[in-house]
Write a protein that binds this ligand. Sequence first.
Ligand code: NAD
Length: 281
Amino acid sequence: MTKIIDGKKRSEEILADIKEKIDINKLKPCLAIILSAVDEASKIYVNNKITAAKKVGIETRLISLSNNVTAEEILKELDKLNKDSFVNGIIIQLPLPSHIDSSKIIDAVDSKKDVDGFSPYNVGRLAAGIEGFFVPCTPLGVLDLIKQEDTNISGKNIVIIGRSNIVGKPLAQLLLKQDATVTICHSKTHNLKFHTLNADIVICAAGKEKYFDKSYFNDNSFVIDVGISREESGAICGDVDFDSINGFIKATTKVPGGVGPMTVASLMKNTLKAYFIQNEY
Ligand code: NAD
C-alpha cells in the first residue's frame, strides 16, 4: 500500500493554528497582492490565497493592474505598500507580463514584507544558511509534508527534479540546512533515473504532466509531487503518474490536495510572521 500524505488536511491544521493566534491576540495582519492579469491560473491562485486569508482573519488588499502596465507603475504601487505601516506582507503574483523585468520588481519589495521570500536579502540569507526574514512558501510547505512522514531527514538522499528560483533552488537550501544530502536534477541531467532510483525522497517540480511513472522509483521511494498541470479534460494533475506508482512506492503526496494547499498555508504563516516582525513582538 502506498501511504498518501494529505496536504489539504495538514494545511487546514496550520490555518486553524494561525486563526487561533490571530483571534486570541486580536491581531490585524494585512497581506497585499499585486496582480497583473496575465493568465487565468494566476487569478485562481490569487483567489485561493484571498479565501485562505479570510478564513484565518488576515485582511487582503488586491492591487489589480492591467496587462500593459509599465514597470514604473508597478514600482510606484510597491513603494506605497512598502511605506504603508498597515500592510505587513506583499506578494507579486508571477508571472508578470513579458515586457516587465520581474527581478527589478521583486528586488524592490521591502525584505521585511517579502512574504514570498524572493527578495535578494531573503534569497541570500537562505543560500548562506543564515536565518533571514522569510523562506519561500512552496519549499516551506514541502518540508512540512516531508516531516509528516519522515521526521529525521539528516543524511537522507533527497533528489529534487527542477532548479527554478521559486521551488528547486530554495528547497535545496532549506533541505541542506536540515543536513539532508541533496541532488538537484533538471532538464539537462544525464540518466535521471540513476538519481531517482537511488534516492530516499524524490521531489518532482518539473511541470510535466504525469511524466514520472513507477520506472523512476523503487518500492521504498517517498515522493513529493509539486507539479501542477491541467489535463485536456480540464482536470488538475501533477508531475507524477499516480496510477502507475500507487501501490508500488512507500509514500506520496497527490495533486490536487498535496503541495498546493501547503503553499497557501505557508503564505499565511509568513504573513503572520511579518506582522510580528513589524510590530516587534
Ligand atoms: P520551471 O518551469 O521554472 O522549472 C521547471 C524545472 O524542471 C526546470 O529546472 C527544468 O530544467 C526542469 N525540468 C523540466 N522538464 C524536466 C525533465 N523532463 N526532467 C528533468 N527536469 C526537468 O517551473 P517551476 O516554477 O519550478 O514549477 C514547477 C512545477 O511546479 C509547475 O508545474 C508549477 O505549476 C508547479 N508549482 C506548484 C506550486 C504549488 O504550490 N504546488 C508552486 C510553484 C510551482
